[in-house]
Design a binder for this molecule. Structure first.
Ligand SMILES: C[S@@+](CC[C@H](N)C(=O)[O-])C[C@H]1O[C@@H](n2cnc3c(N)ncnc32)[C@H](O)[C@@H]1O
Length: 262
């Protein structure tokens, strides 16, 4: 990846979660510092690459399911660097006119998303902080494609684990309150059964604090909404429409859910 002149304050010497995550997904938008952290974490937790790929499969499956249910607009919050398949590819396979806005706090992710989508009608990218729902929905780039009066699908995938339980609940509840009835919320987090492994993962990337949320946290965030079957479960199982009686036999996995505002 070459440094982009449009991006100010672009420090390639410090690992950055958008680019670290891009490496785990097999992307090329990352630098040596990102790759060093990403590879070290993947070595500490060999399930990590499966966790992030399962997460992407869930995001695309859940968004496509919202499109099948008639949702025509999608707000992907903390969307990361563009990857394939992206949310717009997944939902447009179902509903070709679906509108999608990608939102990320990271300048590099937002600039790349904008460049990728430059020619796409009904697609937009915004650089904004997802923890400020009112500002996100009022952002001019978001307003290009998202009509706040119409039901929407709000994607909070692999981002709420950067917030503590109360802050994550407040963010989810604010989006749910701002969105009209019939809107979908899609959430996922990386979850560790093995707390010693969780501690090692945190120590490997201290610049990016990470909370180990569980099913009870997700249930609290989605309070008042109707869970879409199979409910709160592991990502692979969600994609296959199953809710396993036991957690998967892995030290870490992606936990996820989709819910609809009644
Ligand atoms: C682990 S990646 C997840 C990417 C994508 N959502 C997915 O599930 O595949 C987390 C992304 O969230 C972004 N992010 C973290 N905190 C954010 C915030 N407060 N507002 C907007 N984006 C944020 C990071 O820059 C990064 O690109």
């Amino acid at each position: 990846m070459a440094a982009d002149p449009e991006i100010q304050g672009f420090d390639t010497s410090r690992p950055n979660i958008a680019r670290v995550y891009d490496w785990w997904l097999g992307g090329r938008d990352n630098f040596a510092a990102d790759r060093a952290v990403a590879a070290n974490m993947a070595e500490i937790n060999p399930a990590l690459v499966h966790m992030v790929r399962d997460n992407r499969a869930f995001v695309c499956a859940a968004a496509a399911r919202a499109a099948t249910a008639g949702i025509g607009q999608f707000l992907d919050l903390g969307s990361g660097l563009p990857t394939q398949p992206s949310v717009h590819e997944a939902v447009r396979a179902v509903s070709p006119d679906a509108r999608v806005c990608y939102v990320d706090l990271d300048t590099v992710a937002a600039v790349h998303a904008r460049a990728l989508l430059a020619s796409g009608a009904g697609l937009a990218a915004a650089e904004a902080d997802l923890t400020r729902p009112g500002e996100v929905l009022a952002h001019p780039d978001v307003a290009q494609v998202i009509d706040p009066a119409q039901p929407m699908c709000i994607v909070l995938a692999a981002v709420l684990h950067f917030l503590d339980t109360a802050a994550a609940k407040q963010v989810a509840a604010e989006y749910a309150a701002l969105a009209p009835a019939g809107s979908w919320l899609i959430v996922s987090v990386g979850h560790y059964e093995d707390l010693a492994l969780y501690d090692k993962m945190c120590a490997a990337f201290p610049a990016q604090p990470y909370r180990n949320h569980g099913a009870a946290d997700i249930a609290a965030w989605l309070e008042g909404l109707e869970l879409v079957p199979p409910g709160i479960t592991e990502a692979n199982s969600w994609v296959r429409g199953m809710s396993p009686a036991e957690p998967p036999g892995r030290a870490g996995y992606t936990l996820c859910a989709a819910a609809v505002k009644p």
